[in-house]
Write a protein that binds this ligand. Sequence first.
Ligand code: AHR
Length: 661
Amino acid sequence: MKNKIFPDLLLLALLFLSVTGSAQNDKPIIVDVDKPLSTIQPTMWGIFFEDINFGADGGLYSEMVKNRSFEFYKPLEGWTVDVAGNASSYFVIHNREEEKPGNPRFARVILEYGVNRLSLTNDGFRGMGIKQKNKYYFSLLASSHEKSDIKLRIEILGHDGESIGETTIVPKGNEWKKYSATLTAAKTDTTGSLRIWFEGSGTMDIDMLSLFPADTWKNRPNGLRADLVRLLADIKPGFIRFPGGCIVEGYNLGLRYQWKKTIGDVDTRETIINRWNTEFEHRLTPDYYQSFGLGFYEYFQLAEDIGAEPLPVLNCGMACQFNSAEVAEIDEIDPYIQDALDLVEFANGTPDSKWGKVRAQMGHPEPFNLKYLGIGNEQWGPQYFERYALFEKAIKEKYPEIRLVSGTGPSPDGDLFDYAREALKGLHPYVVDEHYYRSPLWFRDNATRYDRYDRKGYKVFAGEYAAQSKYTGSPENQNTWECALSEAAFMTGLERNADVVFMCSYAPLFANIDAWQWTPDLIWFNNLTSFGTPNYYVQKMFSTNRGSSVLNMTLNNAPLTGQNGIYATAAIDNDSNEIILKLVNTGQKAQPVDIVFKSSEKLGALAKMEVLKSEDLNSVNSPEQPTLISPVDTEIALKGKNLSRVLAGYSFSVIRIKVSK
Ligand code: AHR
């Protein structure tokens, strides 16, 4: 494995070079500071969120109760009912489909004939993460029938069933009402649960049984997990693409993502099966649904919170082509296009417009300033481009300022990709989404991919990419250092071609350690903790060191695209007046580099350097060693306008040098 990147002969050559002197044949690398090249878009490095791997429910969305409104295919999935006597007589599920199509089911508790105690236990998403001394908000909708004196006693339980927090609620009246109470946890537990005791006699209807930690992101009710949002905010992403991914397409059109069903009161948002529930035979997850508690309003709010441009992706009248491949007929496409037009109004319209009013009523009278809109996810073939063209025409007519994103299908090459490139010639998307889930070697070899792109052709959105340590879809893929290092090498190629590449995002973003379907993923978490992979740190180092314009950086008049295993780019940051170098050494050996800056200005004598490295290409971060591979900061010295460094083997370095004005 050690020699995986370099074959033996090359290693020998490297060894020779490192003994005899510089691996760059004693020629310096030249960085031309005085003549900045293309602008690097503020959107260059972003993130892509999809509800896969329990990314939303059981992940970013803080709700701790699974199947809170009994809407899963099995209404009691996640719940255990315990009652003296015959349980089915005392706990039943009702359906009011016509009256409340978004949330048809509720449960009825009947305590009579000598039964005066019944309990309902929810085991959360592979347990509930409970933190000692933290407050938890329990709530439910309840309607207490006449003469009922049923009281609710609510407990948080540790993994061993011990009660570690308790409160009570006494619902009154037969109107549906929301009741809430606070619990404080006496202990920490990663696999806790929630138990609700019904005591007394009578009949009570219940729905939307919910438990949230108080310490959500910005302490918002119905909020997001603060540790996970923090990890996203720390990347300082230029944009956030949401909500998918294949989830946008759905297994069939009936199960596609429909943004209008994800806004408004949470108890009216229709729960549907998650497309990833059944996707992989080897990772079946029958308890994976979408409650849409994290819906489009919350996505826009998240984008605003972390300073990222929102980039929603909408269904274009096509279900996932890997699944049912259903398409809406062309003469039935109008409602899909209308959804897109209405979304722009929801995000940007004034509070007196139809959809702007809904946004204002939800608490955000100011617009969300939507600028980008994705039409379809990973669609391919003539059916896609036919439909995309209709969206483009309608949206450009009404909202010419909206920048559209089209796709090219699932692969960065091959027939489908070639077809897409031709079809796109008659269309006008702002950027075109390319996806690559390939080997680490592919990533290193493709650092020059965009050097060859037509400068007059389309602009690229590298919307989904991740090096696969085994193969795409393999459950054995890991976020190894080799994958992350190879992505860093590839990303220097994206940056060098910033005149063609406008947006980039790794995929997928999140994975629940106990409930994932797809690996590798950028951030892993369980119910209490989370950590970034080496790939996360690569993304973060690129994004937080973006720069404003590319600088010409050459060795022997050629860009650094893998000579002796070194990949590198340079940028200038106009805000901080700093030169930013990104240097990737994919070789096992340390490599000396000499850099000469052609600059009419003085350079700072000390530079900041951030290094991510590991001697072992197979190493990974883990819950036990969450920061095993993480950046280390140092200061380094320049000699006038020269910098000499030895780049550690298998390392990625970012160097920032002040330019005096
Ligand atoms: O990122 C996982 C999946 O890969 C996405 O849902 C899809 O767009 C791609 O096939």
